[in-house]
Design a protein around this ligand. Structure first.
Ligand SMILES: Cc1ncc(COP(=O)(O)O)c(C=O)c1O
Length: 396
């Protein structure tokens, strides 16, 4: 009998996630016995970062207390309350709904699912985190990138305005940004609020890195700037509290009740259909948000120091430039080459240094790579000296 192939759905065709794709090549090179220096992973626990123990203890206690069944679909009431207090601390006072999800990722996907029809579009920061474009493909939505200014990585307002059309449903804002580490200026955010209100767009405010801020930069939550703007603010424990494997995230809906009511019900229908997020870890959310925050300034100080080590070396490499990151744990280096994917592949094979090609985050012009500032000083120093040496030979 002839073998007939199972044909995957069309919606998977354009799903890309360069951050993990590059790992396949790195794995092959590692097998040859080469020393690998991983600057590609947005996971602090892979490096020398540890979860604050009081958060682990709270989760462990919840497990022992047998909070191991399903939780309510929107989350445990006390954890939702802790997130509401957090929203107030961020200045978001017109909260309409809060729900806890399997990482910020699930909240993002669920909120886009509940809003965007096939053929619609949402404005996507470019460069930006590729989960959004993967969801866009799944929804058979039409890509609608807006660009960040390459000199500052602030959203380009004229570009945003020129890209809005009758099928535009939302604008995504990643602040602080992955992959650039940029933090949005308040005046830019105020303009985005204005545009969103004028065009009835929902702002999808991804603030998953909101506590990782350097040099005293000001982190402003866009949802706090206007009580009437329709906004979902995404947050989570993964990065700020060093537990990405727990998969604890949330969404905070704010704006006007009458405008948002149907959308909120649509989100909640989808929340109910997937039962709930991890249950015992929600007790970790309560402890994380209400307990000691001591690790946060210490973490930021270390990250800042590690960032500066890389910037000092980069300064000495002709043809590589980095806009100084003010938050998160990434930096986005521009390189004078023809094809950043090829560059990153060759870099891995030649030196064992693993970074992510800029094309994985979408881009307008130029070539880039993203690196994390999470590894310790010794690894960063070694990796960047190898990059410098390799780049000197590779450059066009
Ligand atoms: C900008 C951004 N949003 C969301 C996420 C997903 O985070 P979570 O672990 O909460 O799903 C990430 C993870 O890297 C991210 O960089």
């Amino acid at each position: 009998m002839a073998e007939k192939k199972i044909i995957p759905a069309r919606r998977t065709e354009n799903v890309r996630y360069a951050i993990r794709d590059i790992v396949v090549l790195a794995g092959e090179v590692a097998k040859t016995g080469k020393e690998m220096l991983y600057l590609n992973i947005g996971d602090p626990n892979v490096y020398d970062w540890h979860t604050p123990s009081h958060i682990i203890e709270a989760t462990y206690k919840a497990m022992l207390a047998n909070y191991n069944g399903y939780s309510p679909s929107s989350g445990v009431a006390a954890a939702v309350k802790a997130i509401e207090n957090e929203a107030h601390k961020k200045g978001i006072n017109n909260v309409l709904d809060i729900f806890i999800t399997t990482g910020g990722s699930e909240a993002i996907e669920l909120c886009l699912n509940a809003l965007v029809n096939e053929g619609d579009n949402f404005l996507m920061p470019t460069p930006g985190y590729p989960l959004y474009t993967a969801v866009e493909s799944k929804l058979e939505a039409v890509p609608n990138p807006y660009y960040l200014d390459e000199k500052t990585w602030q959203p380009d307002l004229d570009d945003i305005k020129s890209k809005i059309n009758p099928r535009t449903k939302a604008i995504v804002l990643i602040n602080p940004n992955n992959p650039t580490g940029s933090v949005c200026k308040k005046e830019t955010l105020l303009e985005i609020v204005k545009v969103a209100k004028e065009n009835d767009l929902v702002i999808m405010a991804d603030e998953i890195y909101d506590k990782m801020i350097f040099d005293g930069a000001e982190m402003v939550s866009i949802g706090a700037l206007d009580k009437d703007v329709s906004c979902v603010t995404f947050g989570g424990l993964s990065k700020n509290y060093i537990v990405p494997g727990w998969r604890m995230g949330w969404g905070i809906v704010s704006g006007r009740q009458n405008v948002m009511a149907d959308y909120i019900e649509a989100i909640n229908k989808m929340l109910r259909a997937r039962l709930c997020a991890n249950h015992p870890e929600q007790y970790g959310v309560i402890e994380a948000l209400t307990g000691s925050q001591e690790h946060i300034p210490a973490m930021n100080q270390t990250l800042q120091k590690r960032r500066d080590i890389t910037l000092d070396i980069v300064k000495g490499i002709e043809g590589i430039d980095v806009v100084k990151p003010e938050g998160a744990f990434y930096a986005y280096a521009s390189i004078d080459v023809d094809d950043d994917t090829k560059f990153c592949q060759e870099l891995i094979k030649e030196t064992g240094v693993v970074v992510v090609p800029g094309s994985g985050f979408g881009k307008r012009n130029g070539n880039y790579f993203r690196y994390v500032i999470l590894p310790n000083e010794k690894i960063l120093d070694k990796a960047f000296n190898k990059i410098a040496e390799f780049y000197g030979k590779y450059k066009k």
